[in-house]
Design a protein around this ligand. Structure first.
Ligand code: GLN
Length: 510
């Protein structure tokens, strides 16, 4: 059965090509660095970078949103350059090195260094993240039944990194200082690169991931080989992106773009361009393709809403944890960032087994129902935080159990949507649009951060005193969470109501 894809010379571990485990550990350490840093980012901006501002929450929300949007949007560019010029291996090395340097630059306490560091991580992630994910896919031949479980194992790696990193980096930051936390994130990234490099040395990848065509690498532009030019351009891009990030202030106090910065406006442009291109492709497509593309657009749209609430974990929810959750003797606010990944590790296998079991009983719900339920779970999770205020103590601190339950429900929602959506996108897109549709999938996370920024700004607390919290901030947050819960539950109900129709559009795709 699966023998077709087993190349005789390739070593297998646990029934998978051994290369999977090198990619697993490389991605585990890369996500370790990504999420270790993310756990500290919001609090670091509030306490250090913007500490002198009364509107520090607002500035932090704006920069966090721009960083998140760009860190995911860059993957579209990185994926394309890899496909056409660099190949996955070179891209992963380039991206990993840039990210590691970025984390180390964060150790310098200076505003310009801070923005430059975030930019290096943005460019680095653009080269690393999409390519390591597609690399996993290349380990299996088309139709290999082990591919799904290969991706599940890989998703575990992501979340082991996302679970441990906030605990360790958060602990280091609290005990020894921010820069030790960021430094450990950088060491994590270097470890990931060493794992990847040792995989190449042991030849576990065969000839996969090499540049698509050596000649393209050597082709000269302005007298410089493309293979050399791209890393140079990547490094040059970083200070330019830093300029964008540092434009976190509104570009007009009055008028059409009041309250928006340059990155917000750029993302509006990207949104319109993507929609226009999709409309053009739909116009050209056959009827069956068109129906499936509509579903792909809907999946992306609902995914954007979901991530827009989910990704609040690194910003508003971290602040809520710091200001209004009783964490005494349990963990620090930065460390609460590990809870989502912890629940994903616990729940990923049981939930995927549940789908297999339901398939056997011929009652595995089709994708739109899972999406509707996923949004409902997300909504209920925020509702838990909304009602937590009623149990606050005299200092305005709510019991930790609410936060724990919230992350449990949110993680169930994530598992109903993210892995399912990703695999459906590959089924729904016509082959000629596959790369573009995958790019749009990553863009859904990028656009989600625009929602995160909007909500973060609405819930920003203005204060001339850094030590805000307690009863002063409690209702701002709980009212906000209540509204988010309503939107998410409303979206979930709408998806469920339209599911019979969406199901029809999906044709034979489950
Ligand atoms: N947690 C997942 C990862 O880090 C997905 C995050 C996202 O796409 N917003 O890969």
């Amino acid at each position: 059965m699966s023998d077709i894809s087993k190349q005789p010379h390739e070593k297998q571990i646990l029934g998978h090509p051994s290369g999977l485990f090198y990619l697993f550990f490389a991605e585990l350490w890369e996500r370790f660095s990504f999420y270790g840093m993310r756990a500290l980012l919001t609090l670091y901006m509030i306490d250090v970078i913007f500490a002198a501002l009364a509107e520090r929450d607002y500035a932090t929300a704006a920069v966090y949103a721009s960083y998140g949007s760009l860190v995911y949007a860059s993957t579209v560019v990185g994926g394309k350059i890899s496909d056409q010029i660099l190949g996955m291996r070179n891209s992963i090395f380039l991206g990993g090195i840039l990210m590691a340097v970025g984390h180390f630059v964060l150790a310098i306490e200076n505003n310009m260094a801070f923005f430059l560091a975030l930019s290096l991580i943005i460019v680095g992630n653009g080269f690393f993240k999409p390519n390591i994910s597609t690399f996993v896919g290349t380990l299996y031949e088309k139709g290999d039944p082990r591919k799904d479980s290969g991706f599940t194992i890989f998703y575990m790696g992501i979340n082991i990194g996302g679970w441990i990193a906030p605990l360790l980096c958060g602990w280091l930051a609290a005990k020894y200082g921010w820069h030790y936390g960021f430094g450990l994130a950088g060491i994590g990234m270097l470890t990931g690169l060493i794992v990847f490099w040792s995989g190449i040395k042991k030849n576990v990848f065969g000839d996969r991931g090499l540049p698509p065509n050596e000649q393209v690498m050597h082709k000269k532009i302005l007298g410089i080989k493309q293979g050399t030019l791209i890393p140079i351009l990547a490094v040059i891009a970083a200070p330019l992106i830093a300029l964008l990030l540092s434009s976190y202030k509104a570009i007009a106090t009055d008028g059409i773009f009041a309250d928006q910065n340059i990155v917000n406006v750029i993302f509006k442009g990207i949104g319109i361009a993507v929609l226009a291109y999709l409309a053009y492709e739909m116009y050209r497509a056959t009827l069956d393709e068109r129906k499936k593309l509509i579903v792909a657009v809907l999946i992306t749209f609902f995914m954007t809403i979901f991530w827009g609430f989910h990704e609040l974990s690194g910003s508003v929810i971290t602040l809520f944890a710091a200001r209004n959750v009783d964490l005494d003797g349990i963990m620090t606010a930065a460390q609460t960032n590990s809870l989502n990944s912890m629940f994903i590790i616990i729940l990923a296998i049981p939930i995927s087994m549940m789908w297999t079991w339901l398939t056997k009983k011929k009652s595995n719900p089709r994708t739109p129902y899972k999406f509707g339920l996923g949004l409902l779970f997300a909504g209920i999770s925020f509702y838990v935080l909304a009602i937590s205020g009623a149990s606050a103590n005299a200092n305005g601190l709510v019991p930790f159990a609410y936060l724990l339950l919230m992350y449990f429900l949110l993680s169930v929602g994530e598992l109903f949507m993210s892995p399912v959506g990703l695999s459906k996108m590959t089924d729904l897109a016509p082959l000629r649009l596959m790369a573009f549709v995958m790019g749009v999938w990553f863009l859904s996370s990028a656009f989600a951060f625009q929602i995160v920024g909007f909500i973060g700004k609405q819930l920003a607390i203005e204060s001339s005193d850094g030590n805000v919290g307690g009863l002063d901030t409690l209702t701002t947050y709980t009212d906000g969470f209540n509204l988010i819960a309503m939107y998410s539950i409303g979206a979930g109900v709408i998806v469920l109501l339209f599911s019979p129709l969406i199901k029809k559009l999906m044709g034979n795709v489950h």
